[in-house]
Every structure is written in structure tokens, then in C-alpha cells.
Write a protein of this length. Structure first.
Length: 347
């Protein structure tokens, strides 16, 4: 497994990161531990989780994934070998995140509360990367409104205030580095500006990126390369849609969208046509379509690590096999030709 530097931190992380959001609902503790064991055996040293997980978010499963990762860390004794990332929830009205059901905001008090809970569930004194799961200000999130800008006037916790408490937590040794998630070019620029005034410098951006959503390339990729704030790409398989299993409205038993009906981001006009074109290309060149889609994301020069997820060991083994797939210049040309015709149908 190849490794890449996390921002300017000096920390080297595997090019594949194990995502864990299924741990606690779709995966039992035992199944989750088996995935973690396999990932480590295959050279992964980077684990990503969040206080929000497991997904879909529910009061009764809030924090369940961190507890499972924590029990694995305790059992395996692997904490010193792992680069551990988690996230604090952004602006939300879900009442179970904070005491008394108050709205979740990225204030110093709430961030401290969230981090202490994560550390307790994970059974560790520090996390290597602490990420803002989404901004406090109102922005298009998780596919809402696509690429159409909608003016959102609302009060917001200033980024400088949020970054200030994160800096304090770095000094206290509770977090090592800071990252963003579901962020915009403006947000990244603002954070980098704040770092020049003494705030901790962000090391990464965790946004969605896959064959049917390459919007990261439009404004954020240049930041990733020039400023060394690399992409931690989530949903490289577009929540499983790039496997083709949901084509034409299919709903296979046990699949995530079948269980939870949360795939609307990948059910927009033009998505099926794009997926069918990529599946046909993979078949023509003799590459597993899952491995082609994952390998494409991993191969991008602005990607630090590609966050994969699975609900079975067999799925995980297939995805890990993507590291043996080469995106040749010829294959990239074919992929880009499809992208030209079917550009970002699921932003």
C-alpha cells in the first residue's frame, strides 16, 4: 500500500483509508473488527470515523461507530500504528448531538464537548486528525441544489472562532491536526488566511469525489495541490451506485439504498446514463467496474487518501484489489470522454 503525506503534517497515510460509517447498523461489532483486521493486514494505516456515525444518523446509534473502533483499538493494541481521524458535527437541529437538545453549532464550548465524547468512545487521549464534518454557515450540502448557488442569509459562528478553539486543543495535545469536510473553495481560502494569523493550518478536505461527481476539480483541486491541503475523497463508488446495482430503479435486498432510502444524491437526471457508460467501458477493457472507479479516484494527483467503505469482507477485498489497477493514459482519455458527455450528473 503506497503512502502519501497528510498536508504538511509530516504524517504519512495510506492511499486508501478505511471508512467506518456502516459500523453499528449495517455491520455488527464482530464484522467491523474483521474489516479493520483485514485493512491493517493489507497495509492501511488510516481510519476515518465521526461522532455522527453510524449512518443514517439516529439518536440510538449516535457514537456507535466510534465505540466499535475504540473496542477494536483496545483489543488489537494498534493505536500507535494508526492515523485516526474523526469529525465534529456541523450546524444541525438534530437534538441528540448536544446536551438538552440544543442546536449543534461549531462554538468553542460545543467543540470541546464533542471532542471529549469522541475521545472517550474511541478510548484514546488524542486524535491525529479532527475534522469539521460540515460548516457552521449555511452552504449546499450532500447534493442539495446541485451546483446551483442559493443565497443563505443566517447567523454563523466565525471560522476564526472555531479554528481558535481547535488551536487550543492542538496545544493541549488532544488533537494533532485539523481538517475540513464538505467545504467550499471560499471556506478553504478563509481557513488558510486564518492560519497565517496563528490558527492551526488545515491539512485536508474531505469531500465527495467520484466518476459522476468530479466537482472538486473545478475549484478545490488547485488549493489541494498548491497549498498541500489534499482531498480525502469519500463515496468513490457514489454510495454504491457506480457498481450498477441500482440501475433502472433496482433495489437489491440488503443494499444501503434499499434499507434506508437515502440515495437521492445519486438518482438525478442523467445519472443512470453516465453509470451505464462507465460500466460498458470497464467491461470493454476487462476491468472490474468497482476497481476501475476506485482506482480512478486514488490516481488523482490532488487526492491524499481515498476513503472506502464496505458491508462485507468480500466487498472490501474487491475494493482493495483496486490498488492493482492502473489508470493508463489511454484509459483516462476514455474516462474523460465519457465525463465530457455526462459531466457531474450527481454533484
Amino acid at each position: 500500500m503506497k503512502q502519501r503525506e497528510l498536508g504538511r503534517s509530516g504524517i504519512m497515510v495510506s492511499e486508501i483509508c478505511l471508512g467506518t460509517m456502516t459500523f453499528g447498523q449495517q455491520n455488527t461489532e464482530g464484522e467491523s473488527h474483521a474489516q479493520l483486521d483485514l485493512a491493517i493486514d493489507r497495509g492501511i494505516n488510516f481510519i476515518d470515523t465521526a461522532e455522527l456515525y453510524s449512518i443514517p444518523p439516529r439518536a440510538e446509534t449516535y457514537g456507535s461507530t466510534e465505540k466499535i473502533v475504540g473496542s477494536w483499538l483496545a483489543k488489537s493494541g494498534q493505536r500507535d500504528r494508526i492515523v485516526l481521524a474523526t469529525k465534529v458535527a456541523g450546524r444541525s437541529t438534530m437534538p441528540w448531538f448536544r446536551p438538552g437538545g440544543e442546536d449543534t453549532r461549531l462554538t468553542p464550548r460545543q467543540i470541546r464537548y464533542a471532542l471529549e465524547g469522541s475521545l472517550r468512545r474511541l478510548g484514546t487521549d488524542y486524535v491525529d486528525l479532527y475534522q469539521l464534518h460540515w460548516p457552521d454557515r449555511r452552504v449546499n450540502l450532500f447534493g442539495d441544489n446541485g451546483t446551483t448557488y442559493v443565497q443563505q442569509d443566517a447567523d454563523e459562528v466565525p471560522l476564526e472562532e472555531t479554528l481558535g478553539v481547535l488551536g487550543d486543543l492542538v496545544v493541549e495535545g488532544k488533537i494533532r491536526h485539523v481538517g475540513l469536510s464538505n467545504e467550499t473553495p471560499w471556506g478553504v481560502a478563509k481557513c488558510l488566511e486564518a492560519s497565517r494569523q496563528g490558527a492551526p493550518r488545515v491539512a485536508s478536505i474531505q469531500n465527495a469525489y467520484n466518476l459522476i461527481n468530479r466537482t472538486f476539480e473545478l475549484g478545490l483541486a488547485e488549493f489541494a495541490i498548491r497549498e498541500k491541503v489534499g482531498l480525502l475523497a469519500y463515496s468513490p463508488l457514489a454510495q454504491g451506485y457506480l457498481t450498477g446495482k441500482y440501475l433502472n430503479g433496482a433495489r437489491p435486498a440488503g443494499a444501503r439504498t434499499t434499507l434506508f432510502n437515502r440515495g437521492q444524491r445519486y438518482e438525478k437526471s442523467g445519472v443512470d446514463e453516465a453509470i451505464a457508460a462507465y460500466l460498458a467501458l470497464a467491461k470493454e477493457v476487462g476491468i472490474d467496474p468497482v476497481q476501475m472507479a476506485v482506482a480512478f479516484v486514488t490516481s488523482r494527483c490532488f487526492v491524499t487518501s481515498n476513503i472506502i467503505g464496505a458491508t462485507s469482507i468480500e466487498q472490501l477485498q474487491t475494493i482493495l484489489g483496486s490498488t492493482e489497477v492502473e489508470i493508463t493514459p489511454e484509459l483516462e482519455t476514455r474516462i474523460n470522454a465519457i465525463h465530457q458527455v455526462h459531466s457531474n450528473p450527481a454533484p
